[in-house]
Ligand binder design. Structure first.
Ligand code: FAD
Length: 472
């Protein structure tokens, strides 16, 4: 028998159900495959940093697989449609009997897999597994048998299942005997890539980050997770988005460090668990409501909003030149590192939608084009939450004030000064309103004036939402 394991967003050898199952039969020949799809990536606005991360990670994965005597084949084609033929050709060339992969739940990915199964139907057996979430979408249902629309009851049902499940991690398979491999260097992608240091592609380093976070930071997570200058979140998001680590590995380490953490729902461990379940929630939601993959809001009347879509404002927001220090510092963190703290994602998204009255989909796309951890479900969920177009999102009349948000979550201006060196001279007390200080002391400031007045923008936005709701 010859088995093909197709890696997609599960670039790991431990806790990988598809890999473990492909290797179960000791006598089978096992080959691995990755297919780059640059045109598709472009359509999904994948960032150059994420492409770089996939590339360096594939090189590591190739080494890890070589230690198991498994060869990683690499192919590139335009898009998902073309990848169907690539798979078909590989199956013929290597006389594959069984194709193994972990399911991806996004609309285009799911459609591609259905077409592949149809094409290979007679010649190759397709074995689909679930390795990228803790629970399989549509298996957590409310009393009516439907997907929950609200997070907390979803989380509670999830927790009941979690406590009752005797889950295990899939061991890394043993090295294959009698398999000789010749590894070819993974060629450069036909896609822009941008080097960065923030996430190491080495498995050991990713695991170390997880272990250190569970041992040292989880305890203070509830109090400190909202303060961007403290670096108190796990910074594991790119590993989870590309499957370098699995959510099961995260939950396993958490439970090892904090057995029965759910008994104290105020604990840091429970708060972190909660965040991991938000990830599951958004993925489940996307499967239950495929329109979320098609640029549609969850709340339909919000499609009637008359956006201003001022292009200059959009450029100023992207570049971090809005004149609101917390917004600008956050956007510069994103532009320079490919990662942004969660609280800041919420504040900057709210600013784009509710202060500038720009369509949330513009922001969603821009985030995707910058983030290393860009993930359709989490990004869409986050944007629809901030824009009040999603289910269980912030109500439309709740509008963050960018100045007071800054004062609350960066009271000393430590984060702001890190990313906006031009404000270094401004005293801490006035760091969130630097123009007032400049005027008072008569010093010119090399920093833009606020591009809108929040109180006025707020009223305009409320009117736009109310009008859209009435026309429903
Ligand atoms: P931690 O606080 O340590 O959380 C652990 C993990 O839980 C994260 O790595 C992530 O996988 C998951 N998680 C945490 N919060 C959320 C959440 N609200 N929704 C879904 N999953 C969550 N996350 C992405 O992974 N990719 C995105 O493209 C993305 N876009 C976002 C856009 C907006 C507008 C908002 C408000 C949030 C977005 N998030 C996204 C969620 C969240 O901001 C990031 O997951 C988090 O900041 C990553 O940092 P961390 O790994 O230190 O998180």
């Amino acid at each position: 028998t010859t088995n093909l394991i197709w890696f997609r967003n599960d670039l790991r050898v431990t806790d990988n159900p598809a890999l473990t199952n492909a290797c179960k039969d000791q006598n089978a020949t096992v080959i691995a495959l990755y297919i780059a799809t640059p045109e598709q990536w472009k359509m999904h606005h994948m960032s150059a940093r994420q492409a770089y991360f996939i590339h360096v990670r594939l090189t590591e994965l190739q080494k890890e697989l070589a230690e198991l005597n498994i060869q990683l084949l690499y192919q590139s084609c335009n898009n998902f449609t073309d990848s169907i033929d690539v798979i078909d050709n590989i199956c013929q060339e290597y006389q594959i009997n069984q194709l193994f992969y972990n399911r991806q739940y996004e609309f285009n990915e799911h459609k591609r897999d259905c077409l592949i199964k149809k094409k290979l139907k007679k010649s190759v057996k397709c074995i689909e597994l679930d390795g990228n979430l803790f629970t399989i979408p549509l298996t957590i249902r409310n009393g009516k048998g439907e997907m929950y629309k609200v997070f907390t009851p979803f989380r509670n049902t999830f927790l009941d299942q979690f406590i009752q499940t005797d889950y295990h991690l899939y061991e890394q398979p043993e090295p294959r005997e009698n398999q000789k491999i010749k590894s070819k260097k993974i060629p450069a992608f036909d896609y822009p890539t941008e080097k960065f240091e923030f996430f190491s592609p080495i498995t050991k380093k990713a695991l170390q980050r997880l272990e250190e976070f569970c041992a040292e930071k989880v305890e203070g997570y509830t109090e400190k997770r909202d303060i961007p200058s403290l670096d108190y979140t796990s910074q594991l998001s790119a590993y989870l988005a590309l499957g370098v680590l699995s959510v099961r590995q995260c939950l396993h380490h958490l439970t090892q460090e904090y057995p029965r953490f759910w008994e104290n729902q105020k604990s840091g461990a429970f708060s972190w668990f909660n965040e991991l379940i938000w990830r599951e929630f958004y993925q489940h939601l996307m499967v239950a409501h495929p329109r979320l993959c098609k640029h549609k809001p969850f709340i339909e009347w919000t499609d009637n909003i008359q956006w201003k879509n001022n292009k200059d404002h959009f450029e100023q927001w992207k570049a971090g030149n809005t004149g609101y220090p917390i917004i600008d510092a956050a956007m510069r963190q994103l532009n320079q590192t490919g990662w942004m703290h969660n609280r800041l994602r919420m504040i900057t998204a709210s600013f784009l939608v509710k202060d500038l009255l720009i369509d949330w989909r513009w922001g969603e796309q821009y985030f995707m084009s910058q983030l290393t951890d860009g993930d359709l479900a989490a990004n869409n969920g986050g944007w629809q939450w901030a824009a009040s177009t999603g289910t269980d999102s912030t109500p439309y009349f709740r509008i963050f004030n960018p100045t007071t948000q800054g004062q609350r979550f960066d009271p000393e201006g430590i984060f702001i000064k890190q990313w906006l060196p031009e404000l270094k001279q401004v005293p801490t007390k006035l760091i969130h309103t630097p123009h007032q200080w400049a005027e008072k002391v008569g010093k010119p400031l090399n920093y833009p004036n606020p591009i809108i007045i929040h109180d006025i923008a707020r009223k305009v936005t409320l009117e736009a939402f109310e009008k859209a709701k009435k026309t429903d």
